[in-house]
Design a protein around this ligand. Structure first.
Ligand code: ATP
Length: 287
């Protein structure tokens, strides 16, 4: 059985109802210390509800939950010390518009006993140029980066990121991914919800797919949905005609075709199902 001390998050049989409807219908899930774990699922699948229960912001109806060794639904006098160990980046945050980026980050740093250097965090999140800008003048993506800066300022052991890169341009997303990898190398455990399959693939050690409040599968991105065992599709042109073959041995097949054709194979393509193809199959048209 799992040892709860080595797990940053441990969930057994979690349920949550709104009225008569189950938003979370019995979830079992462990996240190891130092792991980057992504939760994927269509709108309304129960991701935010699950994450907010883990953060201690929503009550649950059933099941056992341990986050950094505590039950977030029953923290009592451990609330403050537990909160200090956790960083949270919510989907949307209320703004404190009249302060500058620098003032805000410095201000939040004071709440934590193990705060990171505020100017270092501003640099890490790529906000140096906006350091003196008032928050209400930031773009959506810059605002989001400030949210991340505030989520990590307290050196959290566990960081919750709810759709962190929504509204980022491609360059900012890549920079954000680097930031997440830096945090991982420092030992931070990260629970991420995202709608971007490439983000899950680039960052996550494991992915859980949730549909209708239930987990369909938990696996590393490379093996999710049997992806590693899925056949590759080879297409090429031979004798003036388009050819296609499904195969488990694309390298061997391409070598055979190439040998037969005496070298270059016109319009050769080897296509494997992307994480997105597999995911869309798994959720069965719900997105
Ligand atoms: P999204 O990808 O859109 O953020 P999600 O997977 O985070 O979706 P949740 O926000 O957890 O989904 O919602 C799960 C279900 O619970 C949805 O059907 C939603 O309508 C319902 N729900 C969520 N919060 C409440 C609430 N406070 N009261 C009633 N129903 C709710």
């Amino acid at each position: 059985m799992s040892n709860s001390n080595s797990q940053a998050i441990s969930i057994k049989g979690l349920t949550k109802k709104y009225g008569d409807e189950y938003a979370v219908a019995g979830i079992d899930l462990d996240v190891a210390q130092g792991e980057i774990f992504a939760i994927l699922g269509p709108n309304g699948a129960g991701k935010t509800t699950t994450v907010e229960i883990l953060e201690g912001y929503r009550s649950r109806d059933g099941g056992d939950v341990q986050v950094l060794g505590e039950d977030p639904g029953n923290l009592g006098d451990k609330t403050y010390s537990w909160r200090e160990r956790i960083g949270i980046v919510l989907q949307s945050t209320s703004d404190s518009g009249d302060l500058s980026v620098r003032e805000t980050v410095h201000h939040f740093a004071k709440y934590y006993s193990k705060a990171k250097d505020p100017d270092g965090v501003i640099a890490l999140t790529g906000l140096q140029e906006k350091s003196n800008a008032k928050i209400h003048t930031l773009s959506g993506g810059q605002r989001r980066r400030l949210d991340v800066a505030l989520g990590i300022i307290g050196s959290p052991e566990l960081l919750f990121l709810d759709e962190p890169t929504t509204g980022f341009d491609p360059e900012a997303r890549r920079a954000f991914w680097e930031l997440i990898r830096t945090l991982r190398s420092e030992g931070t455990t990260i629970l991420l919800t995202t709608h971007y399959l490439d983000e899950a693939e680039a960052l996550a050690d494991r992915v859980a797919v949730i549909v209708d409040g239930k987990i369909i599968e938990i696996a590393p991105p490379e093996t999710l949905g049997g992806r590693h065992q899925a056949q590759a599709r080879i297409t090429w042109v031979e004798g003036g005609k388009a050819h296609e073959r499904l195969t488990m041995t694309p390298t061997t097949d391409v070598a055979t075709i190439s040998a037969r054709m005496g070298g270059e194979v016109p319009e050769l393509q080897v296509i494997r199902p992307s994480l997105e193809d597999i995911y869309l199959q798994m959720i069965g048209g719900k997105e």
